[in-house]
Design a protein around this ligand. Structure first.
Ligand SMILES: *Cc1c(COP(=O)(O)O)cnc(C)c1O
Length: 395
């Protein structure tokens, strides 16, 4: 039986490899942090993690997790509503609601599940979902699982969004769904205009703050804070897997009845395991840490400003960013791969992106900055970029 399929898969895999799109894992043998060692023994400065606040190896999170591990055990062996809810899960949900200024929160195993289980319980054939073209794969999949009519508007294009809202006026409910920060350019969704249009055309608003929570806004509440909209957006989804310690876990937070209905009908919540107590406990600690001081966000914002300014001074073409993502534009696909390889030789770990991940002729190096980077780390990266840039005659 397998023989025919095996041949088919081997051919597909070969085609992926020949197109230069084959993904391989790089094995790290230290904790996740600014300076890591990979299995070959090489030490590199890490500029491609979502560890925006440097919390992945933070002692307070480790201590909170260790305490919970000792006191409450390792796993829950249950979904939430049967026997998978401890006080830690409820406290984390309350803490997240407080942080985002929302009514209530429901935890998931990942934000992929939060988005996957969001639309189907709330919307049906009579409704419309109007989605940004560059939304994360999990929003796209969540929308696919739901019977509502689908509309797609060009990335952050408010004229196009307005057109789609007009087209969808006959439906019962409308919801605009957008990422807070788009992960390839680092731009934010124009939430001020989105909220205006939502009011004008009677639509709900959903924002996925995965790349923006902890990062964007003075106190790290995300794009809702950047645009003075804390507590006003109907639905926010997010992850514990990026700025907030980077382990695992996702959430949906927002209007009371929406969260209540998700607890009744959302399939990844009903049919998938609870996050372990140690993850919930460390998550609570991460939010507490952010509520005590803005030190980490301030350091991150300073790092982004410094890096962007110095890279521009060096002659690089940098996309305007409002997040911790900085796209160094090279345009040519092959060049982006060569550039990333040369940087790795220099001990700087970044990712080159090219078609089909970004549009054709828009190849780039994506640099992800962190509060865990010191000025010295940034200077090393900028110097390496400059050396490689000169060698490859970019600058
Ligand atoms: C990373 C990301 C997710 C997935 O989060 P996980 O918790 O890792 O599943 C979802 N949405 C967006 C916008 C993301 O950037």
């Amino acid at each position: 039986m397998y023989g025919k399929m095996q041949q088919h898969l081997q051919a597909e895999l070969k085609a992926i490899e020949e197109a230069g799109l084959y993904k391989r894992e790089r094995i790290i043998v230290t904790p996740q942090r600014a300076k890591i060692r990979v299995q070959s023994g090489q030490e590199v400065l890490n500029f491609c993690a979502n560890n925006y606040l440097g919390l992945s190896d933070h002692s307070r999170l480790i201590n909170a997790a260790t305490k919970a591990l000792n006191e409450r055990g390792y796993g829950m062996s249950s979904v939430r509503f049967i026997c998978g809810t401890q006080d830690y899960h409820k406290e984390l949900e309350r803490t997240i609601s407080q942080f985002f200024g929302t009514d209530d929160t429901i935890l998931y195993a990942a934000c992929f599940d939060a988005n996957g289980g969001l639309f189907e319980p709330l919307f049906s054939e009579e409704d419309a979902i109007i989605s940004d073209a560059l939304n994360h794969a999990s929003i796209i999949d969540g929308v696919r699982l739901c019977k509502a009519k689908r509309y797609r508007y060009l990335n952050a294009d408010m004229n196009d969004l307005e057109e789609k809202l007009k087209e969808a006026q006959a439906e019962r409910f409308r919801i605009i769904a957008t990422d807070g920060v788009f992960s390839m350019d680092g731009n934010v969704a124009p939430l001020d205009r989105i909220m205006e249009l939502a009011g004008q055309y009677d639509a709900l608003v959903m924002v996925d703050e995965s790349h923006s929570a902890g990062v964007v806004g003075k106190t790290g509440k995300g794009v809702t804070e950047l645009y003075n909209m804390v507590g006003k957006v109907d639905i926010i989804t997010g992850t514990l897997g990026k700025a907030f310690g980077g382990a695992i876990g996702g959430f949906t937070t927002g209007r009371q009845e929406i969260i209540d209905m998700l607890r009744q009908r959302s399939r990844p919540y009903l049919f998938s395991n609870s996050i372990p107590p140690l993850v919930a406990a460390a998550g609570i600690e991460a939010f507490h840490l952010l509520q005590e001081s803005n030190e980490l966000q301030e350091r991150l914002h300073e790092n982004v400003d410094y890096f962007v300014r110095r890279m521009k001074d060096a002659g690089f073409d940098i996309k305007p960013t409002q997040s911790a993502i900085c796209a160094v534009m090279l345009y040519d696909a092959k060049l982006s791969q060569q550039f990333a390889a040369e940087l790795l030789e220099e001990g700087i770990y970044v990712t080159g992106f090219y078609y089909p991940v970004v549009p054709k002729e828009q190849a780039r190096i994506r640099v992800q900055l962190s509060a865990g980077h010191t000025r010295g780390h940034l200077d090393s990266a900028i110097a390496a970029f400059t050396r490689v840039g000169k060698k490859l005659e970019i600058i």
